[in-house]
Design a protein. Structure first.
Length: 263
C-alpha cells in the first residue's frame, strides 16, 4: 500500500475476522460475568479475547498500520489507524439482550474510511468498502434517507442515561438500543431518523461513522461543528455530545436536545 493512496483493504478478509470474533462472543454469551474498569465501564473475557484476535490479524496483515482498541491496545502511527470495539454494547451483552456487536473501523488520514459491524445474534452485517462504493447491509446497498417530515413514529436513538443530563423534546420515539455502533448503522439504513451520542470514545464511533458517512449521513457535535475523529485518537473520549443524521435535519434536531443546567 503506497502512502498517499486510498487504502487497499480486503473487506471480505476483515469480515471473516469479525465473523470469528462473533463466534467467540456467542460462546461467552449468557455464561460470562463482567467487571468494572477504572473508568467504571464494563469488560468481560469476551472483550479481551476478541480484541486479542483482531489485533493479531491486523498486525499480521497490515504491519505498518496503527491499531487502537477499547481494551488497551494503543499504537497510533501513520495515516492508517484501525480502531476496534471488541464488544460494543457490553451491558446489553451481559443482560442477555440482542443488540451488541463487534465493530472495527479504519481511519485514513484521521477520517472514517472503512467500517464493519456485526451483530452475531441477529446475523446482521453493516459495512462499506470505501466512500466510492457506499454502505451496505447484508450485501444490500443502504442510504441515509432525506426525512420528509417528523411524526410520532420517527425514531431517535440515545444512550440509556441521556435523560439524566439532557432535556430531550424530540416529538417522536426515543429509544436506547444498547449499542452506539448499532445506532449509527440504524440511521445509515433509515431505520432511525437520528442518533444522539453523549461524549463517546473513538472506538464507539469509528466503524459506525464510516458507514453513516458512506450512506450519505453525517456526524457533528451537538453545537454544530464537524466531528474530528483524528483528534479523538490523541484526546481519548470526546467531551462533547454528538448527533448523527441526514445533514439536512441536524440543525433542527439540535434544538430538541439541550443539556440540563446541572449536567
Amino acid at each position: 500500500m503506497d502512502q498517499g493512496r486510498e487504502p487497499d483493504i480486503e473487506v471480505d478478509l476483515v469480515m471473516e475476522w469479525v465473523r470469528q470474533a462473533g463466534r467467540i462472543a456467542l460462546r461467552h454469551f449468557n455464561c460470562v460475568e463482567g467487571t468494572r474498569k477504572a473508568d467504571r465501564t464494563l469488560v468481560t473475557d469476551a472483550d479481551l479475547e476478541i480484541e486479542d484476535l483482531l489485533v493479531a490479524h491486523l498486525q499480521s496483515t497490515y504491519p505498518g498500520h496503527g491499531i487502537v482498541g477499547e481494551e488497551g491496545t494503543s499504537d497510533v502511527q501513520g495515516e492508517y489507524v484501525w480502531v476496534i470495539d471488541p464488544l460494543d454494547g457490553t451491558r446489553a451483552f451481559l443482560s442477555g439482550l440482542p443488540v451488541w456487536g463487534i465493530s472495527i473501523g479504519l481511519l485514513w488520514r484521521g477520517q472514517p474510511w472503512l467500517g464493519v459491524f456485526h451483530l452475531p445474534l441477529l446475523g446482521d452485517w453493516y459495512y462499506t468498502a470505501s466512500p466510492a462504493t457506499g454502505a451496505f447491509w447484508n450485501d444490500r446497498p443502504i442510504r441515509c434517507p432525506l426525512p420528509a417530515a417528523w411524526d410520532e413514529d420517527s425514531l431517535l436513538c440515545i444512550p440509556a442515561d441521556a435523560h439524566l443530563r439532557y432535556s430531550i423534546t424530540f416529538p417522536g420515539v426515543v429509544r436506547a438500543m444498547g449499542s452506539a455502533a448499532a445506532h449509527l448503522c440504524y440511521v445509515a439504513r433509515g431505520n432511525a431518523m437520528a442518533v444522539f451520542l453523549d461524549r463517546p470514545a473513538i472506538w464507539d464511533i469509528a466503524g459506525g461513522a464510516a458507514i453513516l458517512r458512506a450512506a450519505g449521513g453525517t456526524l457533528r457535535y451537538l453545537q454544530g461543528t464537524e466531528v474530528l475523529t483524528g483528534g479523538m485518537l490523541e484526546e481519548g473520549p470526546s467531551l462533547k455530545p454528538m448527533l448523527g443524521a441526514h445533514p439536512s435535519i441536524l440543525d433542527r434536531l439540535r434544538a430538541h436536545i439541550q443539556p440540563r443546567p446541572s449536567a
